[in-house]
Write a protein that binds this ligand. Structure first.
Ligand code: GTR
Length: 350
């Protein structure tokens, strides 16, 4: 049973003293990042010694000429070893810089059924993306792909997040992009990845996790559907080894998932769910947003603004710095979700 009283409070330092100022929160923030890294995801590797971006393809007739399509290859060097992966950009042909998404995609195709590209362009946004398995396979093999560059690689979620930071490095070089308004977005396992990327890299002004659920946006204690025992049995390689010891022992975790959400504060965060996706557990995600909100309040901002304990179907909770919606249907990243993301970004543009 979900019960906020059983969930650790985020505004406490290591000695249990209440955190009451942004300065005290920031002093404690690194400790929380390390805690999550040590116990759950593994540590984010240092940035590469060198990165090169090579343009592989460019088309100016994309979306009926409203946008430019580009295919790039990123090559990263870590201690004399290199690894390359492709990524894509679709950028509106406008005179002023565009707000932008970095979409962590399941596939390396543009457009894609999880990425309604023309609609995103029509909304006034650029969208960069990569196919996550071009970075490292979604399995327990750490001997190939990006994983092979690191002697002690973290879990796969952290490796995908590291690759996202390299695409963000590229976006940072682009004048067509409004650097103050870049969102990282992912669905499900890649929603968990988006949260990690956002926690680790403050260049993401917006972080969007769609149906990220267990070990993502949802609190673990009292959660329905997927539990740590389920996720570490089927996908142990997403995490570091330490995480397995919490299977069936959620109450021993020295944190809960709203700590991850709180690490994004005071930047904008967006969590969303599908009504039929009990595996992710919308109620546990909504509660997580509520429990992360006090950190936003330290900064004089409202986090999740909601009057009810449970989310109302199809209502866009867009007023606070933590946005949320629950849509009808099943586990999916739909165009309806994208419409909500675009509305939230426009409403909260920096
Ligand atoms: C499921 C997994 C979830 C979620 C999902 C997905 O099988 O149990 O945590 O990440 O995959 O990525 O689609």
């Amino acid at each position: 049973m979900l019960d906020a009283a059983n969930i650790p409070q985020v505004l406490q330092d290591i000695s249990g003293t209440a955190i009451t100022s942004p300065e005290a929160w920031e002093a404690n923030r690194e400790r929380l990042l390390s805690l999550l890294s040590r116990e759950e995801y593994g540590f984010l590797p240092a940035p590469p010694e060198r990165t090169e971006f090579k343009l592989l393809d460019r088309q100016t007739d994309c979306c009926a000429g409203k946008a430019v399509y580009e295919k790039w290859e990123a090559t990263v060097w870590v201690k004399d070893h290199s690894f390359s992966f492709p990524f894509f950009g679709v950028i509106p042909q406008t005179a002023t810089p565009s707000m932008a998404f970095l979409h962590l995609n399941f596939r390396n195709q543009v457009p894609d059924f999880y990425m309604p590209t023309e609609e995103i362009i029509d909304g006034g946004f650029a969208v960069f993306s990569f196919g996550y398995e071009d970075v490292t396979k979604d399995n327990g093999d750490f001997s190939s792909g990006l994983a092979a560059l690191f002697p002690e690689p973290p879990g796969k979620l952290a490796l995908w997040a590291w690759a996202a930071l390299r695409v963000r490095d590229h976006m940072a070089q682009r004048e067509e992009i409004d650097q103050e308004n870049v969102a990282v977005v992912g669905h499900s396992r890649l929603g968990k990845t988006a949260l990690l990327a956002g926690a680790w890299d403050e260049r993401f002004a917006f972080v969007i996790a769609n149906e990220s659920g267990c070990s993502g946006g949802a609190v673990t204690r009292g959660k329905q559907g997927e539990r740590i025992a389920d996720i570490t049995r089927v996908f142990p390689f997403w995490f570091c080894e330490n995480y397995r010891k919490y299977a069936g022992k959620e109450e021993e975790l020295p944190f809960d998932q709203h700590f991850l959400l709180a690490l994004i504060a005071p930047r904008k965060l967006y969590i969303c769910d599908a009504q039929e996706d009990i595996w992710a557990d919308p109620a546990a995600e909504f509660l997580s947003c509520r429990l992360a909100s006090p950190v936003y309040e330290l900064y004089g901002k409202q986090g999740l603004m909601a009057e009810t304990e449970a989310p109302v179907l199809n209502k866009g909770y867009h007023a606070g710095a933590i946005g949320y919606h629950l849509r009808a249907g099943c586990h999916y990243l739909s165009r309806q979700d994208w419409q909500q993301f675009m509305a939230f970004l426009k409403a909260h543009r920096n």
